[in-house]
Design a protein around this ligand. Structure first.
Ligand code: SF4
Length: 284
């Protein structure tokens, strides 16, 4: 796999200046995403709210784990102003897990969506949320009341590996239930979405079984991408999935009825999220 380096051809340095100047975090940087030169070069990024420290420690994720600081109440406004300056049509917002907060950060998500509606009135908003462990129903109602266009929660891996990779707090069935409930509670049109990382020790049949579970939970969009070990401390790559296998997985997903299946070595949940949404909107 080859990725391009940041260059002055596109908007990479402009985007970096806007984001850093506003004191915001992105999952692009925090997770060391390999697509950063491409995505920022085309003027897009995925914002990470609620700080840079996660209360979980998944074995594949580079985001810093520990005790987070206080929530910044002005972050939603700065994020919305930055998204407007970037000229984004589709804004993707994710966060660290905040198991330390009584609402797990749900109200901050809602404030961010509302700030984006005010500052980017013609844009669409996608949220990629944590599992809101223990307060799922309340948190979902809070987030969905702000009317995101896309609700994304990544299942990340297959049933057999879920606990090993994500820790005892995370639950495969809990992730499915969250996605199903989001679909049920939505009052406005809503696309639901989830992502799978491959190369963690799963088989292709297990990936198809996970896609089937996601479809049964009413999920519209799925992304499948290759795991890349971010440091020596993280779990090792079990296998490199061949592009032909990704093509086969995409066909399987399309046959299951997803509105959009993005599958490829460098596909990430938020990779070309505007195009994923557009494809799914046309299909549904
Ligand atoms: S794929 Fe997502 S996380 Fe990675 S650089 Fe692009 S927008 Fe950022």
């Amino acid at each position: 796999m080859k990725v391009r380096a940041p260059s002055t051809d596109g908007r990479y340095f402009e985007v970096r200046q806007l984001i850093h100047g506003a004191g915001l975090h992105t999952i692009c940087e925090e997770a060391r995403c390999p697509n950063i030169a491409e995505c920022w070069g085309r003027g897009t990024a995925t914002f990470q709210i609620l700080g840079d420290t996660c209360t979980r420690a998944c074995r594949y994720c580079y985001v810093h784990s520990g005790k987070p600081g206080p929530v910044d109440p002005l972050e939603p406004l700065r994020l919305a102003q930055t998204a407007a300056r970037m000229g984004l049509d589709h804004v993707v917002v994710t966060s660290v897990d905040r198991d330390d907060l009584p609402d797990r950060g749900a109200a901050h998500y809602a404030s961010t969506i509302r700030a984006l509606r005010a500052k980017v009135p013609h844009g669409t908003v996608e949220v990629l949320t944590p599992d809101f462990l223990g307060v799922e129903e309340h948190a979902l109602r809070t987030v969905l009341a702000a009317h995101p266009d896309v609700f994304n929660h990544n299942i990340e891996t297959v049933r057999r590996l879920h606990r090993r990779m994500r820790g005892a707090k995370a639950s495969y069935d809990g992730a499915l239930a969250l996605l199903r409930r989001a679909r049920e509670l939505a009052e406005a049109p809503l696309l639901t979405k989830s992502g799978i990382i491959v190369g963690l020790g799963e088989s292709n049949d297990e990936i198809v079984a996970t896609m089937r579970d996601l479809r049964e939970a009413g999920v519209d969009v799925v992304t499948i991408g290759q795991y890349l070990q971010p440091s020596a401390k993280h779990t090792r790559i079990d296998r490199w999935v061949h592009p032909d296998e990704f093509a086969w997985l995409r066909e399987q997903g399309e046959a299951l009825g997803f509105g959009s299946v993005f599958a490829g070595p460098l596909v990430r949940s938020s990779y070309r999220a505007d195009e994923q949404r557009a494809a799914a909107s046309l299909a549904t």
